[in-house]
Design a binder for this molecule. Structure first.
Ligand code: DX5
Ligand code: ZN
Length: 229
């Protein structure tokens, strides 16, 4: 079983002490830093943009895992690449208003890891045509827009299907510069030690967590508890 990776979502961090929060969670054993980008159009909230990601870049050497909950992601990909993103995840829904195939290629060409994600209401079949083009599938376990929501166990079907796809060996042998053999399966929203167990049992290997890390007073323990035994 590959190591379970923990990606704290800084959306839940104290932005008045953001540098300190990033250093703390870095030293507490985080694997990636999850940056939740919201534009107030694709989701009903506005968070932060490339400038803040650039600031985060200067505070840590951890991979920056950028989750674009925005319209026209293709227009902004270059700015997040320049800001120092290591991985960029875009939404598959038509409401995200971009050519998914083209945007995934654009991210790959920028030498960034390629992520694709779908909302709880979105059927798995919408992302199936792209599984061979991505490094990571993010299964949203809440409707995107806000931290602190409750985990949606009904989304585990999608995690299971992605894990089955990995097991099926459906992936072409990795082409030079192409994606690796298996896709990472990431979950995001309402992830705590209890729901993390459920997600891992179904096949997830990357956990995004905001509240269950930043709203505690021991980040190292919170990360250990998420990773589990
Ligand atoms: C929600 C974001 C999630 C969220 C997770 O739209 O995509 O990453 O910040 O926050 P928690 O862990 O508090 O549910
Ligand atoms: Zn997110």
């Amino acid at each position: 079983m590959s190591k379970v990776l923990v990606a704290p979502s800084i959306l839940a961090a104290d932005f008045s002490r953001l540098a300190e929060e990033i250093h703390k969670v870095d030293h507490a054993g985080a694997d990636w830093i999850h940056c939740d980008i919201m534009d107030g159009h694709f989701v009903d909230n506005i968070s932060f943009g490339p400038a803040i990601v650039g600031f985060v870049r200067k505070q840590t050497k951890l991979p920056l895992d950028v989750h674009l909950m925005i319209e026209h992601a293709d227009h902004y990909v270059p700015r997040f690449v320049d800001a120092g993103a290591n991985s960029i995840t875009v939404h598959v829904e038509p409401e995200a208003k971009h050519d998914v195939e083209k945007t995934l290629r654009q991210i790959r060409d920028a030498k960034c890891r390629v992520g694709l994600t779908l909302n709880p209401e979105t059927d798995f079949k919408l992302i199936e045509p792209f599984l061979d083009e991505i490094d990571m599938l993010l299964v949203m376990t809440v409707h995107p827009g806000f931290g602190g929501q409750s985990f949606r166990p009904d989304q585990m079907e999608k995690v299971k299907r992605a894990a089955e796809w990995n097991q099926s060996g459906a992936r072409e042998p990795s082409r030079a510069g192409g994606p690796a053999k298996k896709i990472d399966i990431q979950v995001d929203g309402g992830i705590n030690p209890e729901t993390a167990r459920i997600a891992i049992e179904n096949g997830a290997n990357v956990l995004v967590a905001g509240t269950s890390i930043f709203k505690t007073d021991d980040y190292a323990k919170a990360i250990r508890d998420l990773r589990g035994p």
